[in-house]
Design a protein around this ligand. Sequence first.
Ligand code: ATP
Ligand code: MG
Length: 396
Amino acid sequence: MYKSFLIKYGEIAIKGKNRYLFEEALVRQIRYALAYVDGVFEVRRLQGRIYVDALEDYDCDEVMEALSHVFGIIGICPVVLAEDRGFDALAQDVIAYMDAAYPDKNKTFKVHARRARKNYPMDSMELNAALGEKLLETFPELKVDVHHPDILLCVEIREKINIYSTEIPGPGGMPVGTNGRAMLLLSGGIDSPVAGYMIAKRGVAIDAVYFHAPPYTSERAKQKVVDLARIVSRYAGPIRLHVVNFTDIQLYIYEQCPHAELTIIMRRYMMKIAEHFAERDNCLGLVTGESIGQVASQTMQSLAATNAVCTLPVYRPLIGFDKKEIIQVSEKIDAYETSILPFEDCCTIFVAKHPVTKPNIRVIERSEQKLSEKIDALVQAAIETEETILVEAGEE
Ligand code: ATP
Ligand code: MG
């Protein structure tokens, strides 16, 4: 029965000229999400509102599912849009709406009318009373409850009359693209896809970099990261995924440096290379899935040591999360099943038995001097042989 959806979004966050940018980005992201749903949809802005119109038959659950991935949406209201043909016609439309939407009339209701157009001949109080009366006459089982109605029937007098009574919660956040772009260090684990999701929720578009180490890591491990990027891209929009061959760098570090420091030194080179791509792609920061104390390479000292090589800010949206909380989000965004597939990512191959947990930056820098002969050329080669994959939602 619904051909349109009214999209509600958080207006508190948008003032002045930001409003236009916010709405533009929201419309773009809604179109992106609906591109993969069967049917033809039009997304339009009208008088400070966003409507989605279905121009063909569609599956309501699919539309809801798609829209639940669009940050910035607070609520989705399936709406009937009626022409203004006077009060009697409106009463008929409202009666028809109730009849179709609620086959069981044993319910309480309240009419909530609003005039966005003040030239309408009745004011909202009059409309509430008159429409309520018509409904009670037509459906004697209905009862009015002004405090806790089962059905809050909204009737808004706009260019067209909007009739709706349900609001499905949206994901909140801000539309992707309203807060710049960041480079996500994306591995095949549980944490970094969640970190990407969380930064995207604040309106940040993302690109990603994945370090693999063939033949120590398999093609399948790389595919898993592409799959995770695709899951994140349902929320974050298209992601340019840079796949960097890290094998030679890793082997060289393994040869030259104390094994206890391997992870930290590797992580520092990952950050440096990620920063290179970030600057090239106009990213304003790096994003990782680290959380304090989760593993040896994520103590405060280790985080300081990895941070020290970057000039861009490093965002760690999971910094205060327990693993359990991260897993909850991972499950919510449908990444968990993919994340726990058992393909090695490059760090698990070269892990030391007793990694340093409190690295001293000076000591690490001294160890890195042992790399001076070849490391610049290896980093350069890794950057030059990078493969970029454009990952978008929907395609398999
Ligand atoms: P994740 O679940 O994200 O893999 P983790 O708990 O396994 O995280 P680490 O392996 O210590 O933690 O990695 C910490 C962070 O470093 C990751 O969240 C990710 O942002 C980045 N990272 C680690 N390995 C890679 C990799 N191979 N490619 C890209 N980024 C990586
Ligand atoms: Mg990992």
